[in-house]
Design a protein around this ligand. Sequence first.
Ligand code: AMP
Ligand code: MN
Ligand code: MN
Ligand code: MN
Length: 285
Amino acid sequence: MTSPIDLHCHSTISDGVLAPAAVVDRAYKNGVRVLALTDHDEVAGVPEAQRRAEELGMTFVPGVEVSVTWADRTVHIVGLGIDAADPVLQKRLKTLRDSRDGRAQKMAARLEDMGIEGAYDGAMAFVSNPALVSRTHFARFLVEAGHCKNMQEVFTRYLGDGGPANVPVRWTSLQEAVTWIQEAGGAAVIAHPGRYRFSEVEFDALFTSFKEFGGAAIEVITGSHTRQQFAQYADVARNYDFLASIGSDFHEPGSRRDLGELPALPSDLTPIWHDWTLPCLEFSR
Ligand code: AMP
Ligand code: MN
Ligand code: MN
Ligand code: MN
């Protein structure tokens, strides 16, 4: 169960624990030959990852995972094949990062009200890029300090959407995220659709709007989906005529799914890379 293509993962530039070059090394060791780095709301890791991938003879796809608020809930849109040097894209992503520090302080205050001291400094101790503090960093602190036994418990008890210590942010809109990605030369992909708690009607509206705005693909195979969800979202790709993407959403060694640890896409789907040139794979899908 190894995929030579992995189009979703994180480095220390956002909430992963490995530096960009180390992510690439690990992916290569695991058999990945086409890799996209998709840090949350930030593309600063792309040059380092790209250099390392070139040294190893891998195909590197510059990416990003954009935080979006849709129907009052957070949705993640991955951009693949973007120009990470595009100053307009960089400026747009910075507007998303700018809301993170204030939100982190509010989350720490809520945790303090619940008897957990020092969460802001504790989370910041896990942060490599001070502009990008995320709930993941709080989760690492809460586990390390013994307040929760694992990350899952943190999100169930405190920080999940709607959780008592979660402070919702108004991220960018779905339409803007798709536009930002397209104007930077990339293709927009709905990340891990199985993670969103939407009704059938809401999902239909999400997929239909995304398509209208020019969205290209959905993640069918992701580290966040169960086997049943692989099949469910393969059907969504067929029904809405989306291209299909695949990615581990790797954040750290020892977690749910490692880089490249994924089954293949169902063979009747059109993969997002159907029109890419992939010199390091002898097959094109
Ligand atoms: P943020 O962008 O600050 O809202 O943080 C979102 C991040 O939290 C996601 O990208 C995941 O890495 C992490 N996350 C969300 N839910 C969970 C969960 N149930 N278990 C582990 N990590 C999660
Ligand atoms: Mn994350
Ligand atoms: Mn995500
Ligand atoms: Mn992700």
